[in-house]
Every structure is written in structure tokens, then in C-alpha cells.
Ligand binder design. Structure first.
Ligand SMILES: [Zn+2]
Ligand SMILES: [Zn+2]
Length: 358
């Protein structure tokens, strides 16, 4: 029975420098667990013998594969810290140095998937030849489409050194073929819309989708937002066991276009129409947040392309991009501005300052 795949599980691989056997760069054979493992100790284990997947307890020190009867410690994978051990010849080799010597990032092997069944339940399954065929098909379609790709070299810097030392050299290497295909189709669909504010909002959402749909994203587990996006670390950490999410998404997806559309864009529009502040209630020794509406008027208004000398007319919005230290609006005008006009000043970089006059 066909059903949607929520997530594909990949592992980085390197050829052993001694015998060329492919070595999984994983430190554990437990590939999925609950975010609150003490309360929910059930985990999913990959068998290194037959590549089957089966459930076990997270704390298990020894498991028997139900398919091939191999007994092994699921907590111990071929990688320990920065070194990997080849299961074929037993040679130990440094991961980053070996990848860097190849002049390209390590390859990836698809080994499992989480599917959403028709009855709403989820099931972990091993990757099959059909999965590999579907992936290869996506690659062929991508190459025939020839979409624009961000072939920009990664510059040397404090936060890029780690990926450079893993053999990465350009940003497009952070996505797999199917992710690039889905992103290309989505971007093309948005680009074809009439230029308008809604199209800009969808393009902004597309940018957010990139964070969750790349080969630096990983699996947080069950009982939480499943995808840990690539910027959850303050460095570009090459992920040894990345997760490929369903980019368009299902109602049960995390980090997909359709779920972020609801959780980010629709939520932002709700806030725009009815802004609120959060008040803190302390009752019975407990602290709770409560939304207080009506303190600010709904956002929006007509946009001005320059700040008028006589001050902002009521209901207008002025946006300025520049150095916020320079202050785009004189203080005297700020104090004199009344009504519902707003000024938004944004500074290049991370900080954004908004001044509202109500
Ligand atoms: Zn097995
Ligand atoms: Zn070897």
C-alpha cells in the first residue's frame, strides 16, 4: 500500500584507505529515539550485518537482530570521536583527513525511512531497492531540468573551517539531488506568480525551508519537532547521520513548506491583524503566559518610499535599510509623531529595530 515517507535516514560513508571497503561514519547503531528517553525508552536500531531495522530499548547494551540473529552492542558504531574503524580489515583512519584527501565531501548511504501509514501511525523501515531507484530517478530529473544552482565557493573563515576540512568546497554540496530537485520545483512555482507582497512572503518562507531541508539537518527524535535544522549549531557542523525530510510535507511533518506555511506565515498574518503582548500570571505557585490583545493597533498601512519632512501621516509605514546607529528619523520628529503611523528601520546584519508610534 503506497504511503508518504516522512523522513529518509542517511549516513555519511568513506572508503577505507587500506581496503577500499565502504565505512559508515556513525558512532552508534541507534538511529532514532524519543526526545524524552527516560519516559519513552523505545529506540530504533540498524543491524550492521543485514542492514535491517528493529526496535530495542535505548539502554540495551546487547541486542540480537531478529532477521540475521547477529548479536551486537548498538551503542558502538565504526566511528569514535574523529576516527573510524573499518569493519572489513580493522584499519583505523582519521575521518576529516581522509575526506579532505579525497578532495570532496564523504558520500551518503540511504539506510532507513519513517513512513506515515494510512491509519496515521508511523513505521520505521529499512531502505529498499525501490527507495534507491526513486532517489536515482530524482537525480536524473534534476540533471534534465538543469535548474540554477548556488555554485558559490565556501570562503575560509572561523565558522566554515570545519566543513572545508571535511572536503566541502561549495554551498550546493550541502543538499542532495532530491532536495535540490524539490527546491527547484518549489522556487520555480513561486517565481512564476505575479510579483506581489504574497509572492515575496512565499519566497521568504522558501528561505526558511532551506534551513530544514539539507544534508546538515538531523533527527531530534520522536515527541518533539523532528528535524534539527542546520543552524541549531553555531558552526557548520558536517552531520554524519543527516535526515532528509519530506520537503512539501504531510500534516505530521516538521520543517516542511506546508507546515511552515501554517506555523510561520499564517501565524504572522494573525499577529499582524491582532497584535498581542504577553502578560505573566502567577497563580497557585505556577507561572503562566497570557496573551493580551488590543494594546497595539493592527499592523499595516500604506508604504512610503521616503520619510516626509512634515512627519509620517497616520496609517503610513516608512521602511529604511541602513545603519541604525545613524538614526533615520530625528528624535524631535519621533516625539512629535502621533497617530498610528509606523517607522521601521532595519540595519544590515542580525539586528532589526522597529519603532512604533501609536
Ligand atoms: Zn541483521
Ligand atoms: Zn578496510
Amino acid at each position: 500500500m503506497p504511503c508518504d515517507v516522512l523522513y529518509y535516514f542517511w549516513v555519511k560513508v568513506l572508503p577505507c584507505p587500506e581496503c577500499s571497503a565502504e565505512v559508515d561514519l556513525r558512532s552508534s547503531y541507534v538511529f532514532a529515539r524519543h526526545a524524552y528517553v527516560k519516559r519513552n525508552p523505545r529506540a530504533q536500531v540498524l543491524c550492521p550485518g543485514c542492514h535491517g531495522v528493529f526496535p530495542a530499548q535505548y539502554s540495551d547494551e546487547s541486542v540480537d537482530c531478529p532477521a540475521c540473529e547477529l548479536r551486537f552492542d548498538p551503542r558502538v558504531g565504526p566511528v569514535r570521536r574523529s576516527k573510524a574503524r573499518c569493519g572489513g580489515c580493522g584499519a583505523e583512519f582519521p575521518v576529516a583527513k581522509t575526506a579532505c584527501a579525497m578532495g570532496k565531501p564523504p558520500g551518503h548511504r540511504l539506510y532507513a525511512k519513517l513512513v506515515l501509514r494510512r491509519d496515521g501511525t508511523r513505521q520505521y523501515l529499512p531502505a529498499t531497492s525501490e527507495d534507491l531507484h526513486a532517489y536515482a530517478l530524482a537525480g536524473r530529473r534534476l540533471r534534465s531540468m538543469k535548474p540554477p544552482k548556488p555554485e558559490v565557493q565556501i570562503q575560509d573563515g572561523h565558522n566554515t573551517r570545519q566543513v572545508l576540512s571535511y572536503g566541502y568546497s561549495s554551498w550546493d554540496q550541502m543538499f542532495n539531488d532530491r532536495q535540490r530537485l524539490a527546491l527547484a520545483i518549489l522556487a520555480d512555482g513561486i517565481r512564476k506568480l505575479e510579483p506581489c507582497a504574497e509572492r515575496d512572503a512565499l519566497m521568504l518562507l522558501f528561505s526558511g525551508v532551506l534551513e530544514f531541508n539539507n544534508m546538515f539537518a538531523s533527527y531530534k527524535g520522536e515527541g518533539t519537532g523532528a528535524v534539527r535544522h542546520m543552524f541549531s549549531h553555531h558552526v557548520l557542523k558536517p552531520e554524519r547521520t543527516p535526515i532528509e525530510a519530506n520537503l512539501w510535507g504531510t500534516p505530521k511533518s516538521s520543517g516542511s513548506f506546508s507546515t511552515l506555511f501554517r506555523s510561520r506565515l499564517l501565524r504572522a498574518l494573525d499577529y499582524k491583524q491582532a497584535p498581542f503582548e504577553v502578560a505573566v500570571d502567577r497563580r497557585d505557585g505556577k507561572t503562566r503566559g497570557r496573551k493580551v490583545f488590543g494594546l497595539s493597533p493592527p499592523m499595516g498601512g500604506f508604504l512610503l518610499d521616503r520619510y516626509p519632512e512634515e512627519g509620517l501621516p497616520a496609517g503610513s509605514v516608512y521602511l529604511s535599510c541602513g545603519d541604525s546607529a545613524r538614526g533615520v528619523i530625528p528624535c524631535s520628529e519621533r516625539s512629535g509623531a502621533h497617530g498610528s503611523a509606523r517607522s521601521v528601520s532595519t540595519k544590515p546584519g542580525a539586528s532589526c529595530r522597529r519603532t512604533t508610534y501609536a
